[in-house]
Design a protein. Structure first.
Length: 387
């Protein structure tokens, strides 16, 4: 771990520099944070590239280190965009301060995931200086479209016209030292348009109200019985109505109410089962409201559940490397989905959720414990070498 301790000051400095450049998803321009990062990489001859989407907007920064021995490509992935600030007046230190005090580094994105960006950059710089120690290629991928939920950087990298075809695994640097996420529930999201019949709300005769009809559908979904989880995937499925919009003003009986439904899928309750649940519930409600147009279900996002097998090289290498560095993260299947689900759908194994100690993820006073940086860096570095 000696070289990780040697890099400690540099990792903290780069993290602070990145935190001081706001990069809130969908709010701030990304060019300033891209300039900060690419300047650092360029000074170390890591030849960064900026990936752009079909509109020309930047969606990721990437760089490669090619080893002297043959082997596949491994990717170190972290997001460079961040969540919003929230109420800036509530922060102890401003969200772009990069303030260090009593062993903590404060600021939006310090945990999620600019410290991972800084750690991975230093690992790449070390290996670029010693390519004889590396088998295959180590790629850096820093997504600028993660907190929007679009994951445009990852999509552009793995599915774009110049996408590498030799990706053997991705290690995602989400924070938290206690667990290595080796799987996650999938997601099936849908927009549901529930129809009624419009009329004047003050008329003598009423017409079917789309909001009331939608309430019946909400109750049906909330009371749905889901299968028990499997022994090797201990989490159950979950159905949540996350948004309801409908109606306008006071004088019109609404003829449209739209629901957003988030379903978390598992092997015993997969994507097809989630689609059937929504379709069946919609049909039952429609039958109970015969004088209304049919309900329309439009799928929005579909990612499969995934779990790396116990003998997965990616899982084993990182867990063993962490143990060799005195850390004991437990393998975990996460309730929320992550970009690993998207990658699993493409047949690319991924780990996530092993990183530095932190407080306030996406919340006021987000901060990291700087003394946990060297151990995490050493674990990832050793894991890359073992692969």
């Amino acid at each position: 771990m000696g070289w990780a301790h040697e890099d400690h000051g540099g990792v903290v400095d780069l993290t602070r520099a990145l935190v001081r450049v706001p990069s809130r998803a969908g709010v701030d321009p990304y060019e300033p944070v891209i300039a900060t990062l690419t300047a650092w990489l360029g000074e170390r001859r890591l030849a960064p590239r900026v990936l752009r989407d079909a509109t020309g907007a930047p969606v990721a920064v990437t760089a490669d280190v090619v080893g002297e021995r043959p082997g596949p490509r491994r990717v170190l992935d972290a997001c460079l965009d961040t969540a919003p600030f929230g109420d800036e007046a509530a922060w102890t230190h401003p969200p772009t301060s990069g303030h260090v005090e009593n062993g903590w580094l404060w600021g939006r994105g310090s945990a999620d995931s600019k410290v991972a960006v800084a750690i991975f950059c230093h690992i790449a710089a070390r290996l670029a200086a010693r390519p004889d120690r590396l088998r295959g290629t180590l790629s850096l991928l820093f997504d600028l479209d993660e907190h929007t939920g679009g994951f445009g950087g990852a999509r552009r990298y793995v599915e774009g016209p110049d996408a590498p075809r030799d990706i053997a695994g991705v290690m995602i640097g989400y924070p938290g030292p206690d667990h290595l996420v080796v799987g996650g529930r999938g997601v099936h999201r849908a927009r549901i348009q529930v129809r009624g019949v419009a009329s004047h709300s003050g008329g003598r005769a009423g017409t079917p109200n789309a909001i009331v009809k939608a309430a019946d559908l909400v109750r049906a979904l909330a009371s749905a019985e889901l299968p028990a989880p499997a022994a090797d995937f201990p989490l159950p499925g979950k159905v949540t109505v996350t948004a309801i919009t409908g109606g306008e003003g006071f004088s019109v009986t609404p003829d449209l109410c739209t629901l957003h439904v988030d379903i978390r899928t598992v092997p015993t309750f997969d994507d097809a089962a989630a689609a059937r649940l929504l379709a069946d519930a919609a049909r039952r409600v429609d039958r109970a409201w015969p004088d209304t147009p049919p309900t329309r279900v439009d799928p929005h996002t579909r990612w499969p559940p995934y779990a790396l097998p116990e003998r997965s090289p990616l899982r084993t290498a990182l867990l063993d490397a962490a143990a060799a560095c005195g850390l004991r993260p437990e393998p975990k299947i996460a309730g929320p989905s992550n970009i690993g689900n998207y990658l699993a759908g493409l047949g690319i194994p991924a780990t996530a959720g092993f990183g530095v100690a932190h407080v306030g993820l996406h919340a006021t006073d987000e901060r990291i414990r700087v003394d946990t940086v060297p151990g995490v860096q050493a674990a990832y570095h050793l894991g890359v070498l073992r692969l």
